[in-house]
Write a protein that binds this ligand. Structure first.
Ligand code: SF4
Length: 190
């Protein structure tokens, strides 16, 4: 397997169609309504009247096939990783991943747990990480506005990294999924 291939923002800035598309993309973002960990509790206040994220063109979406943003709202258990990867791969390109709190960045307070993964970035590309344990609605809204700016400037390129380094991500995912396989073995029961 070759080295990890990075994506240059310049490639996107040089492509005028990509710039036009990004201008429209950043104004209409659907966020997959799927949550892991404690940070999910901060989403209702971010969506409802006090912070009202819909005024920025961001709304919840029930299915991955119509969603643009995947929020990872906290720690990720090894078993949940399989669902996260499946949801991420069902989302159409371009797609963006936002990690909440320290758990997706380095494991956080669960760094030595046998049941969680420590570095989400090893398994799917994370475009933006929000600090805080857990980030408050102000931080969530600020992060989503930062993501909008990143899309506009062509900096949210995680989905391209995933395409270019697909085998690298798959190898990392397999290591975790094979480790949890005996736990998921139902002994033939459906
Ligand atoms: S960062 Fe804090 S709030 Fe977020 S999942 Fe981890 S322990 Fe929970």
């Amino acid at each position: 397997m070759g080295d990890f291939i990075t994506v240059s923002r310049q490639e996107i800035v040089d492509n005028k169609w990509e710039r036009v598309l990004n201008f429209f993309r950043q104004r209409s973002l659907w966020m997959l309504y799927y949550c892991t960990g404690c940070g999910a509790v901060e989403l209702p206040p971010t969506m409802t009247s006090r912070f009202d994220m819909e005024r920025f063109g961001i709304g919840p979406m029930a299915t991955p096939r119509q969603a643009d943003i995947l929020l990872i709202t906290g720690y990720v258990s090894a078993k949940t990783l399989k669902r996260i990867v499946r949801s991420y791969e069902q989302m159409p390109d371009p797609k963006y991943v936002v990690g909440f709190g320290s758990c997706p960045v380095n494991g956080g307070i669960y760094w030595d747990s046998y049941a969680t993964i420590n570095y989400l970035d090893k398994y799917i590309p994370v475009d933006l990480s929000l600090t805080g344990c857990m980030p408050r609605p102000q931080a969530v809204l600020d992060g989503l506005l930062t993501l909008i700016q990143m899309i506009d400037k062509g900096e949210a390129v995680g989905h391209k990294k995933y395409q270019l380094n697909y085998e690298w991500y798959k190898k990392n995912q397999r290591e975790v999924l094979e480790r949890t396989a005996p736990v998921l073995d139902t002994g033939g029961l459906k």
